[in-house]
Design a protein around this ligand. Structure first.
Ligand code: TLP
Length: 345
């Protein structure tokens, strides 16, 4: 049976060019700093983000964890969104591993944290309080429909951070989706961030890996943190080789994923029993709600699955579909056919 799998862009498999680059990669021991392919990927990533240097890590979760460990000490506090991946989906790793205290601010539907609330969350100098060190933003924002945070918003947060001597970390798992959606160069979008972590293994289709970018001192601390969490990889050039292809060949095509997401959303909007706000479709993530009585989200997802269209139930009454490299415009037509058939049962 034909299966169109929209559960996540993490499902992407390496392209033929990636497989070839991996097979032919020149490698060395990266813990010794001697893997030329890792070094090349890190240099390319830093250049794209307009940062001094970079660090190749195993995953987005590891990228965020080592960044937080590099920015903060035990008992220090980060301000982050109540719906952020770092708060929601990373096992509270920065608290569990680093003793870093999370202070959440409610995300707005567009993924932002209200500026006044960020400011209000910053601790005064008082013996009772933890010390605020870092603001964590997410771009694009996964649980907020893949919304991109724009340059103006970044500048406003940058201004707060400067005034209070705080750092900014961006969980940019889908940072290139944000840059493409906003049509801005990634380095400009990253300009206010002290560190940005982006994933090679989501829409960019590499099999493994993320890259953390920042200044040399920060990356030196992140490198130590990576080692203590067991992320010192050896001949990691076989993975970095795919990452280089991802950065070279897979960024510009993200626009196709955004077009397909919109096409899917417009089709779903026509169907009775579903509710979707089309104004919220900005990148490759589509959230919609089931409004039809007598059917649960889990039942709907199961029926879709049986008919060859896979999506993910996320939160109460919500379903997520994510477009990516393996999803064509024709797959969207097929998916819409499946949804409409299933809803008629
Ligand atoms: N997100 C995954 C799941 O964990 C939910 C997905 O399918 O979307 N930051 C953001 C914004 C993410 O969306 C993810 C993964 C991560 C970090 C973590 O990346 P990995 O899975 O590489 O550790």
């Amino acid at each position: 049976m034909r299966v169109v799998d929209l559960r996540s862009d993490t499902l992407t498999r390496p392209t033929p060019a990636m497989s070839q680059a991996m097979a032919e990669a020149e490698v060395g021991d990266d813990v010794f700093g001697e893997d030329p392919t890792v070094n090349k990927l890190e240099a390319m990533a830093a250049e794209r983000m307009g940062k001094e240097t970079a660090l190749f890590v195993a995953s987005g979760t590891m990228g965020n964890l080592v960044s937080l460990l590099a920015h903060c000490g035990r008992g220090e506090e980060i301000i982050l969104g109540s719906l952020s991946h770092t708060f929601f989906f990373e096992q509270g790793g920065s608290a569990a591993v680093g003793g870093i205290h999370p202070r959440t601010v409610a995300n707005q539907p567009d993924g932002t944290l209200p500026l006044a609330e960020i400011e209000a969350a910053i601790r005064a100098d008082n013996v009772h309080f933890p010390i605020t060190r870092l603001i964590v933003l997410e771009n694009t924002h996964n649980l907020c429909s893949g919304y991109p945070l724009g340059i103006d918003y970044m500048r406003a947060v940058g201004d707060i951070a400067r005034r209070h001597d705080l750092k900014i970390h961006v969980d940019g798992a889908r940072f290139f989706n944000a840059a493409v959606a906003l049509d801005v160069p990634p380095d400009q979008l990253a300009a206010e961030a002290d560190s940005v972590s982006f994933c090679l293994s989501k829409g960019l289709a590499a099999p493994v890996g993320s890259v953390v970018c920042g200044d040399r001192d920060f990356i030196a601390r992140a490198r130590r943190a990576r080692k203590v969490v067991g992320g010192g990889m050896r001949q990691a050039g076989v993975l970095a080789a795919a990452g280089i292809v991802a950065l070279t060949e897979m960024v510009d095509r993200l626009v196709d994923d955004h077009v397909n997401a919109r096409k899917l959303a417009e089709g779903l909007a026509e169907m009775p029993g579903l509710s979707i706000d089309l104004s919220r479709i900005k990148s490759n993530i589509v959230f919609f709600e089931l409004t039809r009585a007598g059917m649960t989200v889990e039942q709907l997802v199961k029926m879709l699955d049986n008919e060859g269209a896979r999506m993910l139930p996320v939160g109460v009454g919500r379903i997520r579909a994510v477009t990516h490299y393996h999803i064509t415009a024709e797959d969207i037509d097929y998916t819409l056919g499946v949804v409409s058939r299933v809803l008629k049962y």
